[in-house]
Each structure stands twice: as structure tokens, then as C-alpha cells.
Write a protein that binds this ligand. Structure first.
Ligand code: ATP
Length: 269
């Protein structure tokens, strides 16, 4: 992966313009992007690396991105939408990753699924995680957030704690796709989806596409919240990005993404 090969495939007006490429990052791309954002980096600036030595996931977890196989990237956004709608950008990013990978893999496109709220899975394994973080800006300056995305493209083996749940595009499909083409395809999809979403900050127009790709619909899931866990049937999502789960007593609850994990009863999905 090289800066020029990514730039040569970009079809965007603002996403990844500019593109900041580092072959290796010691910290996370979200941290690098946060620093650039505080220094005034424009909406759409994308930080990309092929090796991230200390990536982060949600709730203080680690994200692994070893040399030569995967992508870690962070997009700086200055969204002109109400603050409370900013977390929905995780879902827009997830849909965009899924659409981008599916477009590069037409033969297996239906297998590329979204595991609400922030993962992409292929054939039952997690190939992508997304971490959206707000950047604290000086008083009076517009809101800013960073969307961090790790995608496993070529990795064949996964270490201990993620050996049973993680996969890559290659391990799950047998197909090799280009990392730079994946970055460029994501940027194209995200820019289109973001521009539409930013008009109303409403997910309603995206629900059909999202639900087509949503993993686990109609299945029994276990919702794990801090201090509480329950089971129910996943029904889909609503226009506010909540997962709808029908509990065993018949009540349907709206699960708000945040510090929540959702698991299938027989495994990760
Ligand atoms: P959950 O899967 O419980 O819903 P999450 O989606 O919030 O958690 P993330 O924050 O997206 O998790 O990612 C961190 C977790 O992902 C880690 O705890 C680890 O289990 C797993 N993980 C870390 N690196 C990778 C990777 N390269 N590929 C797949 N999974 C990974």
C-alpha cells in the first residue's frame, strides 16, 4: 500500500483530501487524527496506515493491526449535524465499509454483513471494527469527530484472544483484494452516504440497505450491558440507530449503542 496508489484510485471530492499516509504508526490512527484535528485539519482528512502498533477498540479494548496485512484508518469529520446524532456516523461508516468490500467482492457480496453497531463480519468472523470518538475543541469551535476503522484484509492467523472470532477478507473468502483499492472504495461510499445523511441526520433513508446487511436479524441474541444481560430476538434497527430486540416476555426494547455488546447464543454472531 502506498499513498500514491490510494490517491490514484480516489473518486471523492472531499473524503481523504488530504490523505495522510504512514507505513507504520506507533500510536493509534485515531490519536494521530485527533492531534491533526486540533491543529485545524479540514473535514475529510484521512490518516491511513498499514501497521498500527497500539490501536484501540471500544471500552478500552485493544485493536490489533500487525505489519503488512491490514488497514487502519481514521477520518476527521466536522459534522454540521446535532451533537446527539454524531454517534450515528458509526452506522453510516459501517454501512459504507460493507458496501465498499461487497463492491470489490461481487462473487461473495451477500456474505459481507454488519454486526450492529460497529463491526463488519464475513462468514461469521469479524473483519472490521469501527471506533468513533469526539475531539474536544476549544469553546465556540464547531464539533469534530474521528471515525477510526480497522479492516483485516490479508491476515491469515489471529492470536489467542481473537483466534476464534477474527478473520480477514482473505481468510473468509479466499479472495485477495487490494488494500489501497479498499481505502479508496470506502472513501467513495462514505462520502456519498455522509452527504445524504448530513442533510437530515436521519437514518431512515438508509434502513433498507442497512437491514439487508444486518447480521443476526430474526435470531436470538444476548445483549450485554454494564450490570445487566438479557436475551431476545433481534428485529432490526430504527431510524435513531437503536437495535430493536423483542425480549422473551414480548416487550420490544430499543438497545442504544454505547457500552453494549451483542452476541449470538452460539458464538460471536
Ligand atoms: P464486541 O465485539 O464485544 O461488540 P466491540 O465491537 O465493541 O466489541 P471493538 O471495540 O470494535 O469491539 O474492538 C475491540 C475488540 O475486537 C477486542 O477486544 C478484540 O476482541 C477484537 N479485536 C482486536 N483486534 C482485532 C482484529 N484485528 N480483528 C478482529 N477482532 C479484533
Amino acid at each position: 500500500m502506498h499513498k500514491e496508489t490510494i490517491e490514484g484510485q480516489l473518486t471523492t471530492v472531499w473524503a481523504a483530501r488530504p490523505l495522510v499516509y504512514h507505513p507504520v504508526t506507533h500510536g493509534s490512527t485515531n490519536d494521530l487524527a485527533g492531534t491533526l484535528a486540533r491543529q485545524g485539519a479540514v473535514h475529510g482528512t484521512l490518516v491511513v496506515t498499514g501497521e498500527q502498533q497500539s490501536g484501540r477498540g471500544r471500552m478500552g479494548r485493544a485493536w490489533l493491526c500487525p505489519p503488512g496485512a491490514n488497514i487502519a484508518m481514521s477520518l476527521i469529520l466536522r459534522p454540521e449535524i446535532p451533537m446527539e446524532r454524531i454517534p450515528l456516523l458509526t452506522l453510516i461508516a459501517g454501512l459504507s465499509v460493507a458496501e465498499a468490500i461487497a463492491a470489490l467482492l461481487p462473487a461473495v457480496a451477500p456474505q459481507v454483513r454488519i454486526k450492529w453497531p460497529n463491526d463488519i463480519v464475513i462468514a461469521g468472523r469479524k473483519v472490521c471494527g469501527i471506533l468513533t470518538e469526539s475531539v474536544t475543541m476549544p469553546e465556540g469551535e464547531p464539533a469534530c469527530c474521528i471515525i477510526g476503522i480497522g479492516i483485516n484484509i490479508l491476515q491469515r492467523e489471529f492470536p489467542g484472544e481473537i483466534a476464534a472470532t477474527a478473520g480477514s477478507v482473505l481468510s473468509q473468502t479466499g479472495i485477495t483484494i487490494s488494500r489501497s483499492a479498499t481505502v479508496a472504495a470506502f472513501c467513495g461510499r462514505f462520502e456519498k452516504n455522509y452527504d445524504e445523511f448530513a442533510q437530515t441526520a436521519d437514518l431512515a433513508p438508509f434502513l433498507p440497505a442497512y437491514e439487508t446487511r444486518l447480521a443476526g436479524t430474526g435470531s436470538t441474541v444476548r445483549v450485554i450491558e454494564p450490570g445487566e444481560a438479557y436475551e431476545g430476538t433481534a428485529l432490526g434497527i430504527d431510524r435513531d440507530g437503536c437495535l430493536l430486540v423483542r425480549k422473551q416476555d414480548g416487550e420490544t426494547v430499543r438497545v442504544i449503542a454505547g457500552d453494549v455488546s451483542v452476541r449470538g447464543l452460539c458464538g460471536y454472531i
